[in-house]
Design a protein around this ligand. Structure first.
Ligand code: TYM
Length: 352
């Protein structure tokens, strides 16, 4: 092979490491959001990587949201980020709808993604299961394409998420690859999902086979970041378990979803490995383990709740932080959107 032939082989462009992730302000945040996402967002920020975090209000309205509650939940979400350790001076923190590049790029991606790909999305199927799927919004169906736009508008290379978002990130990769192929460019990075740690899937406290979720009808199934210390302790005390003591090895948790969930939560909150927690509590009854977990959960979560309440007392300040974050986000996303439009063949001749 001649030198010119080898140099014609497209070597992938090196993209700057950049993290993007988002949380829907569609309800109060849960322990699942905290351990699967928020806590890890803070760790990534503290590792010194460029981090962009977003309250995805455009995603939230794919199902009905009361306008006043949406505003409140968006502010509460922002307060949770800051209370958990996100520093708006170091990370970019904003709400999605303030940066229109997300919606514009999502439209272009709607024209790249294939119906067959969308039809395979299990989250859409789960969200419409047992309901009239015909009555679901078109936005709910196109949701993953907007998510791809969120990430690609920043050329983000890494996305920390919980396990439930894995398929959406695979779709994001497929959209980026198809766009690059269709237009013969190496423009969008192929993103790397960061699904790490003991709590990538925190389960319901009432049913160890179901994900802990802000939309579960039972409040006992989840710990909310706004719960009081008493409520946290009581929910853990009442959490469903089996009658066996904790096993001697992590392997022994295999067919015990509720026990495994509580051990995983303990490990993630304490920053220990599951093996270490099992070593510390081998043979312990839940009567011993649950109070230890409740104490740990209260110690870790109560300061966040207190700080959230303090921040929520000044909604104007939260709005200012989101506005500044949106300005910084826009400065990155706008040129990427404009280059995308050029690649697609759209004329941009306005003088702005
Ligand atoms: P959302 O709002 O449902 O959840 C936000 C984050 O919390 C994680 N999570 C969990 N992790 C562990 N255990 C649980 N029980 C649990 N419940 C939720 C989610 O995996 C997620 O990381 N589509 C996204 C929001 C989004 C997004 C994005 C994420 C929109 N655009 C771009 C990353 C990048 C969602 O609905 O997350």
């Amino acid at each position: 092979m001649s030198v010119s032939e080898t140099s014609a082989v497209q070597t992938p462009k090196a993209f700057k490491p950049r993290i993007f992730s988002g949380i829907q302000p569609s309800g109060g945040l849960t322990l699942g959001n905290y351990l699967g996402a928020l806590k890890r967002f803070v760790e990534k920020q503290d590792e010194g990587i460029e981090t962009i975090y977003c309250l995805v209000d455009l995603h939230a309205i794919t199902v009905w949201q009361d306008p006043e509650k949406l505003r409140q939940q968006t502010r509460e979400g922002a307060a949770a980020f800051i209370a958990a350790g996100i520093d708006p001076a170091r990370s970019i923190l904003f709400n999605q709808s303030q940066v229109s590049a997300h919606a514009e790029l999502a439209w272009i991606f709607n024209c790249v993604a294939r119906l067959g790909w969308m039809n395979r999305m299990t989250q859409f199927k789960d969200k419409t299961a047992g309901k009239n799927a015909e009555a679901a919004s078109l936005g709910l169906y196109a949701y993953p394409s907007l998510m791809a736009a969120d990430i690609m508008a920043y050329h983000a290379t890494m996305v920390p998420v919980g396990d439930d978002q894995k398929q959406h990130l695979e779709l994001t990769r497929d959209i980026a690859i198809k766009f690059n192929n269709d237009y013969g460019v190496d423009f969008f990075p192929v993103v790397e999902p960061l699904i790490e740690g003991a709590a990538t899937r925190v389960m319901s406290l009432r049913d160890g086979t179901k994900k802990m979720s802000k939309s579960d009808p039972s409040d006992q199934s989840r710990i909310n970041l706004t719960d009081s210390a008493d409520a946290i302790a009581s929910k853990i005390r009442k959490a469903k378990t089996d009658p066996e003591p904790l096993p001697e090895t992590a392997e022994g948790l295999k067919d015990r979803p509720e026990a495994r969930n509580l051990v995983n939560i303990y490990a993630a909150l304490a920053g220990h490995s599951v093996d270490q927690v099992i070593q510390d509590f081998a043979g312990a009854q839940f009567g011993t383990f649950k109070p230890a977990l409740a104490d740990l959960a209260v110690a870790k979560l109560s300061p966040i709740t207190t700080e959230m309440n303090r921040l929520m007392a000044d909604p104007g300040e939260i709005d200012r932080i989101l506005g500044k974050g949106a300005d910084r986000a826009e400065a990155i996303a706008r040129p990427i959107l404009e280059q995308t439009k050029d690649i697609v063949g759209m004329i941009r001749s306005r003088q702005i």
